[in-house]
Design a protein around this ligand. Sequence first.
Ligand code: SF4
Length: 374
Amino acid sequence: MRAECRESSTLLHPDAGHVLSFDREGRLYTFYDDGILYKRALDSTLHWRRREDGGPRERGVLTREEARRVFARVSGFAERAVEELDPACAERIAREILPWTPERILAEKERFDRIYRPIAILPPDQYFAIVVQATEGCTWNKCTFCSFYQGRPFQAKNAAELREHALAVREFLGRQLLLRKGVFLADGNALALSRSRLLPIFEAVREVFPGREIFSFVDLYTGERHDPADWGELRRLGLKRVYVGMETGLDELLAFLNKPGSARELIAFTRELKGAGVSVGLIVMVGVGGREYAARHAEATIDALAQMPLDADDLVYLSPFIEHPGSQYARDRREAGLTPMTLEEIEAELQRLALQVRALGTRAARYDIREFIY
Ligand code: SF4
C-alpha cells in the first residue's frame, strides 16, 4: 500500500491494479479497479467505464445497491491503509476518509438534491467547475434534438436566492473547493437574464467565491440581447468564457433542427464577445443531418469558424451526435429520408474536422455528452 497525501487530494495505491482518489473532505472521487474506472458524482452516483482489448469504450451507472458494495470495498482499502501506512498519512486517512461509511457517502444524494436541481450538462472543461444554478432550464427548449431540459420551465433565482444557493454550494463542496477552479453559471441559458438581473448575480458569485473566473452557456438569440458594453461589464465582473451551441454553420441544417440563428449572426456575435475580451467555446454536432448533409455541414461549419476571430483562448468542441429514438429530430430525420451516419463515419468526420479547426489556430476537442459528470 502506498499513499500520496497532497494538499488538494489523497491518493491510495493498494497494489498495481487499484488506485483510489479522495477529496480533502475524504469523499471518494475516482476508483480504478482492475480495468474499470469508477467516478463518483457529487450526488454519489457511481459512473463506470472500461475498454477491453482496444474495443469500444463501455460505460454505465451503478444502481444504489451496486454503488453501496463498491463504497464498502473503498472503506476496506481505507481501513487497510490506516493499518499499513506511516503515522502522518494514516492519521489523515483515519480522520478524513474512514468516517465516510457507505451509508454516509450514499446520503450525499439527499444533500445534493437539497441544493441543486438536476444538472443536465456541462462543457467537458467545466466538469471540475463549481456549478452555481442561477437559472433552471432553457428559455427556448424547442431544438428538436435536445432533451436536456424537457418538462422544466425556465426559472431564475433572484440575487438573494442566488447568494443563499451559492453559500449552500460552498458548504457542500467544503475542501473539495481545493480541486475546483472556476464557477459555472448554470443551467442552459443563465446569461439570458437581463443586465439588471445579471449584475447582482455576478456580484453575489464574486462575494461567495472570490477570485474565481466565471463561465456559462449562452445561445445566440439570447446573447444578441446584450450589447458590447454589457459583455465588457460582465467580463470585468469575471466572465471568462461563454459556450455556444453552434451545432452547424449550415443555416439550412440549423433551421431543420429548429434552432434559431444563422452563421452570419453567430460570426457577428463571436466578434462582439471577443471584442469585449470574453473567450468562446463553440459546440458543433458531428453527424447531425446524416450522410446527406455531412459534406455541406462540414464545409459551412469550417467556413463560419474561419470568419471568427478565434485564438488559443477559445475552444471548438466536436460532439459526436447521438440521436434519441423518441425525439422530434428522429421523426423529422425519417420523414426527410436522411440516413444516420455510423459511429465509425462520425469518428472519421470528427478527426477530419479537428484537423481543420486546429489549422485555423484554435483548439479542437472531443465532447462526448455521455461522459458528463458533476
Ligand atoms: S437552445 Fe440549447 S438547451 Fe435550449 S433546447 Fe436548444 S440545444 Fe437545448
